[in-house]
Write a protein that binds this ligand. Structure first.
Ligand code: UDP
Ligand code: MG
Length: 327
């Protein structure tokens, strides 16, 4: 690269107090020997209730490469990531987890693939042994199901850790949806893509922010954001049910004509009613998932709200930091 390019590293932080300094050191170490590019690190504090923000501000006060974005409350990882990507000014953007599960050592390789002309460089986990068996299995099921019902295929075992050229980021920002399932949006925009493999480490400190229930909702979000198959499925289930009922009805009529009226059949009747009833409830619930999302979208609320931005280069906000420190 002839002119010096800028790369933005974007990290969302939610209660990562124990990881802030480790993150800082790891990023320093990983980036110090990369020539030809300058770095900017956008750290988004996603409504942490511990000392994450304080620690991040301390870094931003000494290191001009750091920009700290404080959100007004916890908006969730997808929103925090969106905020960070919006703030990033680099020619390429690399989202990375603050808990160092995405190895910063890989940044150098991401950048060299980018230099070859790729617009998206994906980092794929080849070994998920740091995740529990259940998480691996359910993740696999999710990818399989999602990619079967949706026309946008999400690459398996690829998280948010990747490099995106400015053109990709610009495209991403043109997508207007408020419910941001980033993996899906990343895949939707396309572009010239290559993949690097890496081994995912266990979390350095602290604990995961994603419980089973949160992950389930995340999966629902992903599927409903990119596919309307679950919605249309009910037409076919209903059709099959109707055909089966018709055949059964003919059978009953014929049997009654031959053998006369037979009263018993209470059990089969009840089973049929309960079964059809629950199918209807499921399909109404499915509708609810989509209508709920349409409702949220139609409110058109911002994805996140920034409370304050901290950066050494920005004199105005430095004064604000000093004020905050004295208080
Ligand atoms: N995160 C966030 N807001 C949230 C939850 C998580 O910004 O509401 C951040 C978190 O600090 C971390 C990243 O998202 O940097 C991934 O979260 P976590 O490690 O808990 O997820 P896991 O790796 O277990 O899937
Ligand atoms: Mg993690």
């Amino acid at each position: 690269m002839n002119t010096e390019k800028k790369v933005s590293i974007v990290a969302p932080f939610h209660n990562e107090g124990e990881n802030v300094n480790l993150f800082y050191q790891a990023i320093n170490q990983a980036t110090q020997h990369i020539g030809g590019v300058t770095f900017e690190v956008v750290c988004v504090d996603d409504g942490s209730s511990d000392d994450t923000l304080q620690k991040l501000i301390e870094i931003a006060q000494t290191d001009p490469r750091y920009i700290v974005v404080e959100l007004s409350r916890n908006f969730g990882k997808e929103a925090a990531l969106t905020a960070g990507i919006d703030m990033a000014t680099g020619d390429a953007v690399i989202p990375i987890d603050a808990d160092l599960q995405d190895p910063p050592e890989l940044i150098v390789d991401l950048i060299s693939e980018w230099a070859k002309g790729f617009e998206v460089v994906l980092a794929r986990r080849i070994d998920r042994s740091s995740d529990t068996y259940l998480k691996r299995k359910t993740a696999k099921l999710f990818y399989q199901f999602h990619n079967r019902v949706s026309s946008v295929k999400i690459p398996e075992n690829v998280g948010d850790f990747r490099l995106m050229d400015r053109v990709v980021v610009d495209a991403l920002q043109r997508l207007p949806e408020k419910q941001r399932f980033m993996k899906g949006l990343f895949a939707w925009v396309g572009f010239k893509t290559t993949t690097l493999d890496y081994v995912r480490h266990p979390r350095l400190a602290g604990k995961t922010n994603f419980s089973g229930w949160k992950l389930w909702n995340f999966a629902l979000e992903g599927i409903t954001s990119f596919s309307s198959t679950p919605l249309k499925l009910w037409t076919y289930i209903g059709g099959i049910g109707a055909c089966a009922s018709l055949i059964y009805a003919i059978y009953i009529v014929v049997r009654t004509l031959i053998h006369g009226i037979d009263v018993p059949g209470y059990a089969s009747l009840l089973v049929a009613i309960l079964f059809i009833g629950s199918l209807q409830l499921i399909s109404v619930g499915m509708l609810g998932e989509y209508i709920g999302r349409m409702y949220m979208e139609s409110k058109n609320r911002p994805v996140y709200i920034v409370r304050r931005k901290y950066n050494l280069a920005d004199q105005g906000t430095t004064a604000v930091i000093a004020d905050k420190d004295r208080a």
